[in-house]
Design a protein around this ligand. Structure first.
Ligand code: SIN
Length: 297
């Protein structure tokens, strides 16, 4: 029987007794699903997974995404993306600045993302201390703490999410090597709307489904009121009391669900302090069936 051990913090639990390179029973997958709802973020330490193993485990939870950037894929496995600051023959082997600001993966997509599954191959360390943590905030708690008046006012409203917002922010603020999105890439991911408050499909509770990375507008509010409300929500949701920092060890598999959390990859390491992570993204079709159902949730 799989044992799920809480971190005792606002998010996070550890599952030690599963070898993710081996076939996993439906019963154990169900335990992982429930733990994702309850704790948001899960750590499976001491794993040794190939790209194929990571893909096989991740696909037990739903359809896998092939990233719109269409680059830095593990050879032969387009669903597995390489996140890294390492270079080979002077060329980057992975996406160097993935997720380095608060956001929710794939909130810009008609079909939103359910879960991310990352495998840590190389983790930078300075004086023995691991760098490059992945931080999370708890969106169940952030919703619950909103002023009652705001909960009532925003109930049933929708927010617009734009892939280009985060992309441009990375280009501007992090001085990254990302080129501007091509016309074709922008067309492939036009801005989309989702409920500001989403009913979490595992817990059945409401969460705040807006994030500083991709959310650009609350559709039903006049522009200025939308701006002020988003500014309030963005400041509210990243308060220390909602935060949990995941500190990596080589061999970790880190899995989180994207409805009840937002996250931020902390870029506190230098170009010669190497980080190498493999990542799969699981889409939410199993809960919402088709994109129209996300908007109706
Ligand atoms: C991500 O946003 O998926 C990247 C997280 C990380 O590299 O820590």
């Amino acid at each position: 029987m799989v044992n799920v051990k809480s971190t005792g913090e606002i998010l996070g639990a550890t599952i030690e007794d599963l070898d993710l390179s081996k076939p996993i029973s439906d019963q154990d997958i169900e335990i992982v699903m429930r733990a994702l709802g309850e704790y948001g973020v899960l750590r499976f330490p001491g794993q040794q997974l190939s790209a194929q193993d990571l893909k096989s485990f991740s696909s037990r939870f739903g359809e896998l995404e092939i990233n719109v950037a269409n680059a830095y894929q593990a050879p032969g496995h387009p669903e597995v993306m390489i996140l890294s600051n390492m270079k080979e023959d002077g060329k980057p082997i992975g996406l160097q600045d993935a997720g380095q600001s608060w956001h929710t993966d794939m909130s810009y997509s008609k079909m939103i993302a359910f879960a991310n599954v990352l495998h840590g191959i190389k983790i930078p360390r300075r004086n023995g201390v691991p760098l490059g943590s992945t931080e999370f905030c708890n969106m169940h708690a952030a919703y619950e703490d909103l002023p009652a008046e705001l909960k009532t006012r925003l109930d049933g409203m929708t927010a617009l999410h734009d892939f280009n917002k985060f992309w441009e922010m990375m280009r501007r603020e992090k001085g990254s090597a990302r080129p501007p999105l091509t016309e074709a890439q922008r067309k492939a991911k036009p801005p989309v709307s989702h409920p500001v408050f989403l009913t979490h499909p595992i817990t059945g509770r409401k969460v705040l489904y807006a994030n500083p990375g991709y959310t650009v507008r609350i559709n039903e509010l006049p522009e200025k009121e939308s701006e002020e409300t988003l500014e309030f929500l963005f400041a509210h949701q990243v308060q220390d009391k909602y935060r949990y920092a995941f500190r990596w060890t080589e061999g970790d598999v880190l899995m989180w669900e994207n409805f009840g959390t937002i996250h931020n990859a902390v870029a506190d390491y230098g170009s010669d302090e190497h980080r190498l992570i493999l990542r799969c993204q699981v889409m939410a079709n199993r809960f919402f069936g088709n994109a129209a159902n996300v908007a109706a949730a």
